[in-house]
Design a protein around this ligand. Sequence first.
Ligand code: 8NA
Ligand code: MG
Ligand code: MG
Ligand code: MG
Length: 347
Amino acid sequence: DSLLLKSKFRGSLLGALMGDCLGSAYEGDELFSAGMKLVIQKSFDKLQGPHFKAPVIQFTDDSAMTRAVAESLIECTGFDQTHMAKKFVKSYYLEPNRGYGAGVTTVFHKLRNNKFVDVLGPAREQFNGEGSLGNGGAMRVAPIALFYYKNSELMVDTARKQSHITHTHKTGVDGAILQAIAIQQSLLLDPKEELDTCKFTDNLINEMDKIEIDEEGLGLVDPSPYKTQLKLLRNLICEDGDGPHDEKVVHQLGNDVSALHSVPTAIYCFLKAQKPIPAIQTENPLRRTVQYAISLGGDTDTIGSMAGAIAGAFYGEEMIRPEILKHCETSDKFRELADQLFHLATA
Ligand code: 8NA
Ligand code: MG
Ligand code: MG
Ligand code: MG
């Protein structure tokens, strides 16, 4: 029904915002100790508590770029690569200190210098022509999954093309596609029914099987690395009994800024949080998703944001605690963008 779907659109963008804002304080390389996880628990409890006045937590590049993707889709009533590239660049130069990846700013400089005559060249030149394999293409993809949720082929194609503006490495691009498919799958499920986490994973494996074709003869060591990661994920979620230790999750799935070692992790967090997690004290499965993602350490804002976008698309806005959301910068703006995307996508 349309009220639920509208709530799911909001949930996805607000979940993405929440993960970014709450995760940004913990970005780093380490795996967190039990003590640090308790610090995260207490901080979430405090934010959710009734009378906690604190400065609003600012969002970072993840949400800045998600907003740019959403605004471009809305202003163009669809995807326009040059328009979106201009949005990225404008948004970056207005607020360059949002914690952008170290490489991607070079793309923005070059795009501005070539006046967008060549929109794809700068991204292709990244990392000696390898292209970026960072998770920047995936972290911002939620609005595309929402806008094109009815048309999988167009959704995949657009996820790919928006990625090409900054990320051309095959794993950077395919990570964006996988994240979009995960959001779309969540959007189409009924949150009142128990989620079949193995089936959810198997569907993703089947979809990535069609995507991961080594068409350019890249000679990758593993021609289908996402399938490999998703199979590891499947073992962790379906066969690892009580649930593996966080160390094993991070060791197998990763928690760094590469798309390959963060997108499957975000999906795993969403699936694992369907059930209580002993070290995470909350009844709310969306908060559990985001808090668990952040507690894995590494690229916490981005993995938190991607996991939040998937979880929000499943549960809808109702599962996002307003007490927490009011601590996140410009949540009203993200709700409004979600509504505009909803109207266009369902028109
Ligand atoms: P990006 O394209 O600059 O990629 C991010 C980083 O990945 C680069 O700076 C490189 O270190 C590395 N990288 C990417 N491609 C290659 C390659 N082909 N060979 C070798 N190294 C490579 O930017 P992005 O938009 O993908 O970055 C997104 C991430 O950066 C997000 O996590 C975002 O929050 C931000 N960020 C992360 C951290 C952190 O985790 N410590 C800190 C600040 C900002
Ligand atoms: Mg509060
Ligand atoms: Mg960030
Ligand atoms: Mg990050």
